[in-house]
Design a protein around this ligand. Structure first.
Ligand SMILES: *[C@@H]1O[C@H](CO)[C@@H](O)[C@H](O)[C@H]1NC(C)=O
Ligand SMILES: *[C@@H]1O[C@H](CO)[C@@H](O)[C@H](O)[C@H]1NC(C)=O
Ligand SMILES: *[C@@H]1O[C@H](CO)[C@@H](O)[C@H](O)[C@H]1NC(C)=O
Ligand SMILES: *[C@@H]1O[C@H](CO)[C@@H](O)[C@H](O)[C@H]1NC(C)=O
Ligand SMILES: *[C@@H]1O[C@H](CO)[C@@H](O)[C@H](O)[C@H]1NC(C)=O
Ligand SMILES: *[C@@H]1O[C@H](CO)[C@@H](O)[C@H](O)[C@H]1NC(C)=O
Ligand SMILES: *[C@@H]1O[C@H](CO)[C@@H](O)[C@H](O)[C@H]1NC(C)=O
Ligand SMILES: *[C@@H]1O[C@H](CO)[C@@H](O)[C@H](O)[C@H]1NC(C)=O
Ligand SMILES: *[C@@H]1O[C@H](CO)[C@@H](O)[C@H](O)[C@H]1NC(C)=O
Ligand SMILES: *[C@@H]1O[C@H](CO)[C@@H](O)[C@H](O)[C@H]1NC(C)=O
Length: 510
C-alpha cells in the first residue's frame, strides 16, 4: 500500500513538473512567424553573430538582448553585440525589418554603429515604441517629423550623432515624452517655442549643437522639468525670468553660450536646484540678494568667466551641501573665507582674503610648544604698533621673503646633512621596525600617521620614524631669528601634504 502511494505521488509530481515546463516554454516561444522572419532579417542586415542570435534557438528565450512579452518581441538591445566581419565592413542604418515588429516597446542600439538616416516609417509603424535609444550610432540626416507619431514614446536618446537641422515641432505631440537627449549633434537653428508644449518632459538635453537665438520663455510651462542642459551652443539672450516657474529643476547648465544681462531674481525660486552651471557667458551685474541662502540644495556652482560684479553673498561660504564652486574670472568684491576645504576657484576677482584661523589660534599653537609668536609681523596688542608706511611694509615683505627663502634653503641643506649623517651612522645597524620605535609625544594631531610607500627605494617609513630620525624636523633654532618659526609652520603645513613624506624618504634613500 505504502509503496503504491509513494509511486502515485511521484507520478503526479512528474506530471505537474511537465505541465509547468510546457507553460514556461509556451510563454517564451515566439508566436508569430512574421516576427521570427523579421528578426532573422535583422540579424542578417546588421551582421550579428550566430553565437549571440543562434538560428535554431527560440529568439524569446535564447537570443542576447531580445525580450518578449506575450510571445511577441517587445525589447531589442543590440548595443554591445559584436558583428561578423562582413557586418563590420558594411555598417548602415539597416533596420528595415523592424517595420514588421510592431509590438516593439524598446529599441536600444546605444554605441552600435548604424551610419545612415532615421527613416520616415519609423514614426508611422513602430506605434508601441516607448524607448528609442540611438546614442552614439553615427546617425546623420535630420530627425524625421514622423517621430511625433510615436505617441507612447517616453525616452528619445539621439546623443552624440551627426544629426543636423532643427528640432521638429511635431515632437510636441509626444505627450508621454520624459527624456529628450539631442546633445552633441550638428543641429542648428532655434529652439522652437513649441518646446513649451512638451508637457511632461523631465530631461531636456540640447548641449553641444549650434543652436542660436533665444531660450524660449515658453520653457516656463514645463513644470516637471528636472534637467535642462543647453551648454555649448550659440544662444544669445538674457536668462528668461520664466525660469522661476521651474520649481522641480535640479540641474541647470547654460554654460558656453553668449547669454547676457543680469541674473533674474526669479532664479531664487529654483529651490530644488543642485547644479547651477552658467560659466562662459556674458552675464553681468550683481547676483540677486539672498541667492545662496535661497538655493539651499546647491552642490555645484559655476559662474566662471562672466562679467558679474558686486559683493559675493557671504552665505555662499556656509552652504552645507556645496561641493564645488567656481566664480573665477569675474569682478566680484567682498571677503572670502581663506582655506575653504571644498573645491573652490575664486581667482581673477577683487575678493579679499580673511584668515580662517585667527591670530589667536596661531598664538596658541606656538605657546603650546613653548615658542614665542610674532603675529606674522603684524602689530598686536602686546607689542607697540610699528609705524609702517605701505612702502615700508612692501620692503619688509621683500626682506622677509628673502630671509625666509634663504633660511629655508639652509634648513633643507642642514636637514639633508643630518639625514645623510644619520644614515651613514646607521649603515650596518639594522633599523628597528616602526612598531618598536618609541614615538615622541606632543606633536600636533593633524600630521599624517600613515606609513608611506617610497617609490623607487622600496622601503617604508612611518611619520614617527622620520620625526625620530630628524629629531622632530627641528634644527638648532638658537642661531636663527623669529622668522624660523614661521618657516617651521610652513614646513609643518607642507609636511601634511601627502607627497612630502615620500620626497623626504627618497632623499633619505639617496
Ligand atoms: C497576447 O497576444 C494575443 C494575440 O497574439 C492577444 O489576443 C492578447 O490580447 C495578448 N495579451 C496581452 C496581455 O497583451
Ligand atoms: C522593455 O522595455 C521597457 C521600456 O523601456 C521596459 O519598461 C521593460 O522593463 C523592458 N522589458 C524587459 C523584459 O527588458
Ligand atoms: C541601452 O543599452 C546600454 C548598453 O547595454 C545600457 O547601458 C542602457 O542602459 C540601455 N538604455 C536603455 C534606455 O535601455
Ligand atoms: C560614420 O559614418 C560615416 C559615413 O556616414 C563614415 O564615413 C564614418 O567612418 C563613420 N564613423 C564611424 C566612427 O563609424
Ligand atoms: C505621422 O506624422 C506625419 C507628419 O508629422 C503625418 O503626416 C502622418 O499623417 C502621421 N501618420 C500617422 C499614421 O499618424
Ligand atoms: C551637459 O551636456 C554636456 C554634453 O553632453 C555634458 O558634457 C555636461 O556635463 C552636461 N552638464 C551637466 C550639468 O550634466
Ligand atoms: C509662471 O508662473 C506664473 C505664476 O505662477 C504664471 O502667471 C506664469 O504664466 C507662468 N509662466 C509660464 C511661462 O508658465
Ligand atoms: C552665433 O550667432 C551669431 C549671431 O548671434 C552668428 O553671427 C555666428 O555666426 C554664430 N556662430 C556659430 C558658430 O554658429
Ligand atoms: C572688471 O572691472 C574693471 C573696471 O570696472 C573692468 O575694466 C574689467 O573689464 C572688468 N572685468 C571683467 C572680467 O568684467
Ligand atoms: C570636489 O569636486 C568633485 C567634482 O565636482 C567632487 O566629486 C568632490 O567630492 C569634491 N570634493 C569635495 C571635498 O567636496
Amino acid at each position: 500500500m505504502e509503496a503504491q502511494g509513494s509511486a502515485l505521488s511521484i507520478f503526479f509530481l512528474a506530471v505537474i513538473l511537465l505541465l509547468i515546463q510546457c507553460v514556461a516554454a509556451q510563454r517564451v516561444r515566439i508566436s508569430s512567424p512574421i516576427e521570427r522572419r523579421a528578426l532573422l532579417d535583422l540579424r542578417a542586415s546588421l551582421g550579428l553573430r550566430g553565437k549571440d542570435w543562434p538560428m535554431k534557438a527560440d529568439p524569446c528565450s535564447s537570443w542576447l538582448g531580445v525580450e518578449c512579452r506575450n510571445r511577441s518581441v517587445s525589447n531589442i538591445t543590440v548595443s554591445g553585440l559584436r558583428r561578423t566581419r562582413v557586418g563590420r565592413l558594411n555598417p548602415g542604418f539597416n533596420v528595415d525589418s523592424l517595420v514588421h515588429l510592431t509590438p516593439l516597446v524598446s529599441f536600444n542600439a546605444s554605441g552600435f554603429p548604424l551610419p545612415g538616416s532615421i527613416l520616415d516609417w519609423f514614426g508611422n509603424r513602430l506605434v508601441n515604441l516607448e524607448v528609442l535609444n540611438l546614442r552614439s550610432c553615427n546617425i546623420s540626416g535630420s530627425i524625421p517629423g514622423t517621430l511625433g507619431n510615436l505617441s507612447r514614446l517616453t525616452s528619445l536618446y539621439l546623443h552624440n550623432n551627426n544629426l543636423a537641422g532643427s528640432i521638429p515641432a511635431t515632437l510636441e505631440k509626444l505627450r508621454n515624452l520624459k527624456i529628450l537627449d539631442l546633445s552633441i549633434n550638428s543641429r542648428n537653428g532655434l529652439i522652437p517655442s513649441s518646446i513649451g508644449s512638451f508637457g511632461n518632459i523631465e530631461r531636456l538635453e540640447l548641449a553641444s549643437n549650434y543652436l542660436s537665438g533665444l531660450i524660449p520663455p515658453s520653457l516656463g510651462s514645463l513644470r516637471g522639468l528636472q534637467v535642462f542642459n543647453v551648454s555649448d551652443n550659440n544662444l544669445s539672450c538674457p536668462i528668461p525670468i520664466q525660469f522661476g516657474n521651474l520649481s522641480r529643476l535640479v540641474e541647470l547648465d547654460l554654460s558656453k553660450n553668449s547669454l547676457y544681462g543680469s541674473m533674474p531674481e526669479e532664479i531664487k525660486m529654483l529651490r530644488s536646484l543642485r547644479k547651477m552651471i552658467m560659466g562662459d557667458n556674458e552675464l553681468e551685474g550683481r547676483l540677486p540678494v539672498d541667492l545662496f541662502s535661497s538655493l539651499v540644495e546647491l552642490q555645484v556652482v559655476d559662474l566662471n568667466r562672466n562679467k558679474l560684479d558686486g559683493a559675493l553673498n557671504s552665505a555662499i561660504w556656509s552652504m552645507s551641501k556645496l561641493q564645488s564652486l567656481d566664480v573665477s574670472n569675474n569682478n566680484f568684491t567682498g571677503k572670502f573665507v581663506n582655506g575653504v576645504e571644498r573645491n573652490g576657484s575664486i581667482d581673477k576677482n577683487c575678493l579679499q582674503a580673511t584668515k580662517q584661523r585667527s591670530l589667536e589660534d596661531y598664538r596658541l599653537f606656538y605657546s603650546e610648544r613653548g615658542l614665542s609668536f610674532d603675529s606674522f609681523g603684524a602689530p598686536d596688542a602686546t607689542s607697540p604698533p610699528a609705524e609702517s608706511s605701505p612702502e615700508n611694509r612692501k620692503r619688509l615683505i621683500f626682506i622677509l621673503a628673502g630671509v625666509i627663502g634663504g633660511l629655508g634653503f639652509i634648513v633643507v641643506l642642514v636637514l639633508l646633512l643630518v639625514l645623510i649623517l644619520i644614515r651613514n651612522k646607521g649603515i650596518g645597524n639594522q633599523r628597528g621596525s616602526a612598531d618598536v620605535v618609541p614615538v615622541p609625544e606632543g606633536d600636533s594631531p593633524q600630521l599624517p600617521k600613515d606609513p608611506t610607500n617610497l617609490a623607487g627605494s622600496g622601503g617604508s617609513f612611518t611619520y614617527e620614524q622620520l620625526l625620530l630620525t630628524t629629531e622632530n624636523f627641528r634644527v638648532n633654532t638658537s642661531s636663527f631669528k623669529n622668522e624660523t618659526y614661521m618657516m617651521e609652520l610652513d614646513l609643518f603645513r607642507k609636511l601634511s601634504h601627502p607627497r612630502f613624506v615620500p620626497l623626504l624618504g627618497a632623499l633619505l634613500g639617496a
